[in-house]
Design a protein around this ligand. Structure first.
Ligand SMILES: [Zn+2]
Length: 168
């Protein structure tokens, strides 16, 4: 699945598999391919932390003129899935972003992230939108999604480990 954005981060092109990608990832009905072109990319990202992270990743790719590969995790209801986001700068500030499935394995429990509220001022804690690690309120430690237990609902953030990938 890929999309191309222009210099102002509006979508100018999406791959033909966009619709099935969204459906498989809990996407929202207003985001069908035909209605995505010309819209700001922000509209299709959940949570302020993720929006800021993706914006920074796009700007870093433009600034350095280099393709960047950022791993992330996005579980389906039955599988633990690892993806990578390949960010490829092009002419005139355009950037092509491709999402590739790297691996998946069955997981018996409910998917990590189910029930989270991206913009909530949660008292339970925060979940990294990229690797799904969890930081419980009152703790400074990020736990891997598989160790953190269900908990929640959690607000969204980007953990230091994922944030640092933008600058390496
Ligand atoms: Zn993370």
């Amino acid at each position: 699945m890929f999309y191309v954005i222009d210099a102002s981060n509006s979508v100018v092109e999406v791959g033909s598999d966009w619709d099935s990608f969204l459906t498989n990832n809990g996407g929202v009905a207003h985001a069908e391919r035909s209605r995505v072109i010309g819209q700001p990319l922000d509209r299709f990202l959940a949570g302020d932390a993720t929006k800021m992270f993706v914006r920074a990743a796009l700007d870093a790719a433009r600034l350095f003129g280099q393709t960047r590969v950022l791993p992330y995790r996005c579980d389906s209801p039955t599988e633990r899935r690892m993806f990578e986001m390949v960010i490829c700068p092009a002419d005139s500030g355009h950037v092509k972003v491709e999402h590739r499935l790297v691996s998946s394995q069955a997981r018996p429990n409910r998917p990590a992230g189910a029930g989270d509220r991206p913009n909530a001022a949660s008292t339970a804690g925060w979940r990294c939108s990229q690797c799904l690690a969890v930081r419980h309120a009152g703790s400074a430690t990020w736990l891997s999604a598989d160790l953190a237990g269900a908990g929640g609902p959690l607000a969204q953030d980007v953990c230091p480990s994922c944030a640092s990938m933008l600058f390496t």
